[in-house]
Design a protein around this ligand. Structure first.
Ligand SMILES: Cc1cc2nc3c(=O)[nH]c(=O)nc-3n(C[C@H](O)[C@H](O)[C@H](O)COP(=O)(O)O)c2cc1C
Length: 304
C-alpha cells in the first residue's frame, strides 16, 4: 500500500484529497454522506470578521460543465465560527483548515491573531486572498506586495498555525503572486479560486446573477487551473494545493503530476458529495500504476 501522507510546509495530511471552501458547508452538513476518516482534510466556508448577509439572489447559475456563483461571503462571522462550528470541526478524524477573509489587511491580521488565541483544533489556516465576488478591496492577491505583506503579518500573528494562501486566477501572471506568498512565509498556496464570468438572459436583457458577475467553477475550469498550477510548480518555491474542476481520480492525478502536492474538490461535491472520498480511495492504485511508493514520488513528474 503506497504511503498517502503528504507534507506541505509545516502541515502534514493523511492523504492529499481535501474539500474546498464554500462547497462543503462547515462539514457537519456533509456528515451523512462522507466518511471524514477517508479525507486528507476539510476547508469550511470562508468566515469574515463581522457577519455578512452576502449578495442578492440569484446567487448561482449552471453553465456548460460548471457553475457561476456570487454568494458574496455570506457567513455568521468569526466569533460564531469559533463558538459554533469549531467545536464540531475539532471532533473530526481529519484535518480541519479554517478559511478567513478580511476586508482590510488589518482585519486579516486581527482575525489570524484571534485564531491563534482560540482556534485550537485547526490544523491550518487558509487565507482567502482571492474572493472575486466582493467589491471594496478583497482582491488582495492581485498585488504581489500586498500578498506578501498579508501572509507575513498573518504568519507573525499566528506563528504556530500552518498558512495556506488561496490565490485568484484573475491576474496576468499568477506565478508572481505565488512567489510573493512564498516569500511572505506561506506553507502552501491554494490555486485557484474561481474565474470571473457572467451569464445573461437575453430575452429579459438582464444579467442572471443578482451581483451581475460571478465566479466560474467546475470541470469547465480544469484546464485553466491545471496550467496555473503547472506554472507555479515550475517556480519550485512553495507547495501547491490544486483546486479547479477536480471531480475524478484522473483529475487529481493530472494535478499531482503537474506539480500539486495535494488537491481540493469543490463544485463536484455539489453533484456528487462522495467524489472526494472516491478519489482518495482510488489513489493507491493510481500511484502503484506509476510505480510510486508515496504521493511525493509523482508530484511534479510531468515530462513537459
Ligand atoms: C458556491 C461556491 C462558494 C464558494 N465559496 C468560497 C468561499 O467561501 N471561500 C473560498 O475560498 N472559496 C470559495 N469558493 C471557491 C472554491 O473553494 C474553489 O476554489 C473553486 O470553486 C474552484 O474549484 P472547483 O472548480 O472544484 O469548484 C466557492 C465556490 C463555489 C462554487
Amino acid at each position: 500500500m503506497p504511503d498517502l501522507s503528504v507534507t506541505l510546509g509545516r502541515l502534514t495530511l493523511r492523504n492529499p484529497v481535501l474539500v474546498a471552501s464554500g462547497t462543503f458547508g462547515y462539514a457537519k452538513e456533509m456528515a451523512p454522506f462522507v466518511d471524514f476518516m477517508k479525507l486528507g482534510g476539510v476547508v469550511p466556508k470562508t468566515v469574515t470578521q463581522a457577519p455578512r448577509a452576502g449578495n442578492a439572489p440569484p446567487r448561482t447559475v449552471e453553465t456548460a460543465s460548471g457553475m457561476l456563483n456570487a454568494i458574496g461571503l455570506d457567513n455568521d462571522g468569526l466569533e460564531h465560527f469559533l463558538s459554533h462550528h469549531l467545536p464540531y470541526l475539532r471532533t473530526l478524524p481529519t484535518a480541519a483548515i479554517g478559511n478567513i477573509a478580511g476586508k482590510t489587511e488589518e482585519e486579516f491580521v486581527a482575525m489570524a491573531a484571534r485564531v491563534a488565541e482560540s482556534g485550537q483544533g485547526l490544523a491550518g489556516l487558509e487565507l482567502n486572498l482571492s474572493c472575486p465576488n466582493v467589491s471594496g478591496g478583497l482582491d488582495f492577491a492581485t498585488d504581489p506586495e500586498v500578498t506578501k505583506r498579508i501572509v507575513r503579518r498573518c504568519r507573525d500573528a499566528c506563528p504556530n498555525i500552518p498558512l495556506l494562501a488561496k490565490l485568484t486566477p484573475n491576474v496576468t501572471d499568477i506565478t508572481l503572486i505565488a512567489k510573493a506568498a512564498a516569500d511572505g512565509g506561506a506553507d502552501a498556496v491554494s490555486a485557484v479560486n474561481t474565474f470571473v464570468g457572467m451569464a445573461v438572459d437575453w430575452r429579459r436583457r438582464k444579467p442572471i446573477l443578482g451581483n451581475v458577475t460571478g465566479g466560474l467553477s467546475g470541470p469547465a475550469i480544469k484546464p485553466l487551473a491545471l496550467r496555473a498550477v503547472w506554472r507555479i510548480a515550475k517556480l519550485k518555491a512553495v507547495p501547491i494545493v490544486a483546486i479547479g474542476g477536480i471531480a475524478t481520480l484522473d483529475d487529481a492525478m493530472d494535478f499531482l503530476v503537474a506539480g500539486a502536492s495535494a488537491v481540493q474538490v469543490g463544485t463536484a461535491s455539489f453533484y456528487d458529495p462522495t467524489a472526494s472520498v472516491r478519489i482518495a480511495e482510488a489513489l493507491p492504485d493510481a500511484l502503484r500504476l506509476l510505480g510510486a511508493e508515496r504521493v511525493a514520488d509523482v508530484v511534479g513528474t510531468l515530462n513537459a
